[in-house]
Structure formats: C-alpha cells, structure tokens
Design a protein around this ligand. Structure first.
Ligand code: OGA
Ligand code: NI
Length: 398
C-alpha cells in the first residue's frame, strides 16, 4: 500500500498541536513534514450529573426510558465456541530458555493483531493481591449511598465515585456506576478520593498490574521489531488509572447496557472480572463475542494508543458490557497509558521493519491533547471517533 496520504485535519479552533515530523524510507520519497494541526477546543471536564444506578435499581420505579436501548435487539451475538479470545501463558513468554517461548510470542503477536483481546495466565501477580482487591471493591459498593458519596466525583472531574462520559441531556445512559482513580504516577494521586478501606489493596494492585503491563509491552515491542526500551520509555512514569465498575442487576437486562460500545483510549488495559457474572463482549467480524474469563487470569486489551504506536498492526477492539437480570456484576479495569509528556504516534523504529508500511497511518499528538479529545469522543465508540480522527486517510479510502 503506497498510496499518497492526505494531511488534512479537521479545523475548528483552537488547541494547537505540533504534528509529526516523519522520515520516509528511500523506497518512498523522502519527505519531512511538520504540520500544525488544529484540534477542536474542548474542556477536560467531568460528566453531567445523572442518577446513581445502584439506587435506581433498588427502587421500584422501573427502568427509565433513558436506559433503554432498542438497538440491542438487532445486534448479533455469537454462540460459537470457537469464538474464544486467545490465551497467553506469560511464564512461557518471559522464560527465554524454554523451547516453546517463541511459540507463545507468536501467539501473543497474532492475539494483538487479529483479536486485540486475550487472557493471560501465569502473570506473576499473587492471588492474595487480586482476592483482596476484589473483596475490598465489593465491600465498597455494598455500602450505603451516603458512605460512597464521600468519594463522589468533584464538579468538572472524572475521578471518584459516579458515572462517566455523559455529555448531553439527551444521550442514552449506561446501567452502571463506577469508582475511577488515578493510581500512577504517585504524584497524580488524590488521596481524598481514595476510599480508606481500599487504599492498601489498590496501591498493591496498581503496582503489580503495572509490572504485568510492562512485561507484556516488552514482548509486544520485540514482536513488532522495536527495541523494548523505545516503547517502555514512553510508559516510564506512565499514567495508570483504575476504573472499578459496578453494574446492578436490571429487571430489563436485555434492553439496557452496562457500558456502551467503545474502544479503550488507553495503551494497554488489564481487566479483572470480580465475581462470576459475565457480561463483557467484544466485536469480531461484525458480531458480538462474549468473553468467558478464566479464574485468576487477566483479560488484556490493546487500547487506541498501542494501536497508534504499532501503526495499526495491533488493533484496539470495540467492546461493551451487558448486565444481568438477577445479579450484580463488578469489574476492575486498569488502564496503562504513556507518561504525560509522551507524544503519541506510530513508533518511528517500526517502519524500518516492513518496507511496505513505511508511512505513518496515524497523526502524532501530545498525550495531553489525546486525552482531552478522547474524553469528548469516547461516546462515539462505534466509530472509534478519536482513532478515526487521527487516522491518515489514503486517497483510496477517501
Ligand atoms: C471498561 C470496560 C468492561 C467490563 O471499563 O473500559 O470496558 O467488563 N469494562 O466491565
Ligand atoms: Ni473498555
């Protein structure tokens, strides 16, 4: 694919970002472009206030129309047992002396390319750390509303207890509440919003999951033909946020959605389902594929940032969570992002590898601007709004 690229950006004032400077290989014309891209102005704000769903679920008022999603009936869900996300054994990835190590690396590479989602076992996180985190989060959500509201989101902020990504009064709402915490680096922590009952467990969990994320990124970088340090440096002092989701049972479970379809705006997400209630589904080949978590495993997904850094070789896949008729569902998503100063764009080193894919498929953007835009566009999950925005369209695609 060596079609010419278009460099245009949508333009409404007025966040300015310095665009990419890129060297093409000798095969293509050597072209250096520095472009100033003008991004739409937006505030990094909070979410509009909406009712607490746990309380709504326990009332006898029924399900308000704002939660009902007629489109759900039309969407195809796979019940094919072969539609299983890949399983990666991290002990085989990390252990260079094992003969089968390379196979596992190859498996990881195709999992990132073809699925964007996989589960990992033998990840090295002690079971106690996971169990304690799960127990503490269940206990947190089981408290009376007033207790939880002590950690409520502050006006204009997303961190804390509440709901996310509500930007209009008309928009349909998700059947779920969340506790969203900035976990790393430590100087981004606002301890005022960390429930005291889960400080110790969340701190441990956060440290351990960051290790898993870095270890996976090391293998991913090798698979992409990039020196691991080049990728790991971008994630040094990386931003880690943890979203603890609580989806109450719903009498009209088949008509509501716990978390609307979206792709994660993260680098790498590590998800842990807290109890036995399933609900996560990923979009594959036009249909929804349910994810069946293996006890003790983490569900890992490539986020938009790694999709961009891999120049689209790895895919950030759309997913959603459904809710249960009778039982509550809980999950913990830990998002691993680059450090605040990182530029987000295709890794330059990638392009020495594959001569055919020399040109960047995505624009580069500062991490700051990426997050500002992402917060606004996340609702557009089906179109992967932000990714689409950053994609450099080839003439063929236009
Ligand atoms: C998320 C997410 C899925 C789940 O928090 O980004 O996709 O199973 N959660 O709760
Ligand atoms: Ni997600």
């Amino acid at each position: 694919m060596s079609s010419r690229r278009s460099w245009t950006c949508a333009s409404s004032p007025s966040i300015r970002c310095q665009h990419y400077s890129w060297s093409f290989s000798s095969k293509e014309r050597v072209k250096k472009k520095k472009k100033e891209c003008v991004l739409p102005k937006m505030e990094v704000g909070g979410s509009l206030p909406v009712p607490n769903v746990q309380q709504l679920a326990s009332s006898s008022e029924g399900v308000p129309v704002r939660y009902i999603r007629p489109e759900l009936e039309l969407e195809r869900v796979s019940n094919d047992e072969y539609d299983r996300i890949p399983l990666i054994d991290m002990s085989k990835l990390n252990d260079n002396v094992r003969d089968d190590g390379d196979d596992e690396a190859a498996k990881l590479h195709s999992a990132c390319k073809d699925w964007g989602f996989f589960q990992v076992i033998n990840h090295g996180v002690a079971e106690e750390v996971i169990l304690k985190m799960k127990a503490d989060i269940q206990e947190f959500f089981s408290q009376p509303l007033e207790e939880k509201m002590e950690y409520a989101q502050l006006p204009n902020g997303i961190e804390g207890y509440g709901q996310a990504f509500v930007v209009s009064e008309e928009q349909k709402l998700d059947w779920g509440d969340m506790l969203y915490i900035n976990a790393q680096p430590i100087n981004r922590r606002n301890m005022r919003l960390w429930p005291s009952s889960l400080r110790a467990s969340l701190d441990q969990y956060s440290i351990e999951l960051e290790k898993v994320a870095r270890s996976l990124m090391t293998s991913m970088a090798k698979n992409l033909g990039v020196e691991p340090e080049k990728l790991l440096d971008l994630f040094k002092e990386g931003v880690q946020t943890v979203r603890m989701n609580y989806y109450p049972p719903c009498e009209q479970a088949s008509k509501v959605i716990g978390i609307a379809p979206h792709s994660d705006g993260s680098g790498l997400t590590l998800l842990n389902q807290v109890n036995e209630v399933q609900g996560l589904q990923i979009k594959k080949d036009g249909k929804w594929v349910p994810v069946d978590p293996i006890p003790g495993a983490f569900i890992v997904n490539v986020g938009d940032i790694i999709e961009i850094m891999s120049n689209g070789v790895y895919k950030s896949i759309e997913h959603r969570a459904l809710v249960n008729h009778k039982k509550e569902r809980l999950s913990i998503a830990a998002f691993h992002d680059p450090n605040v100063d990182a530029m987000i764009g295709p890794l330059p080193n990638l392009h020495t590898l594959d001569q055919e894919k020399q040109a960047p498929n995505y624009k580069s953007i500062s991490h700051q601007d990426f997050k500002k835009l992402g917060r606004k566009m996340k609702l557009d999950g089906k179109n992967k709004g932000l990714i689409q925005y950053l994609k450099i369209q080839t003439e063929k695609e236009q």
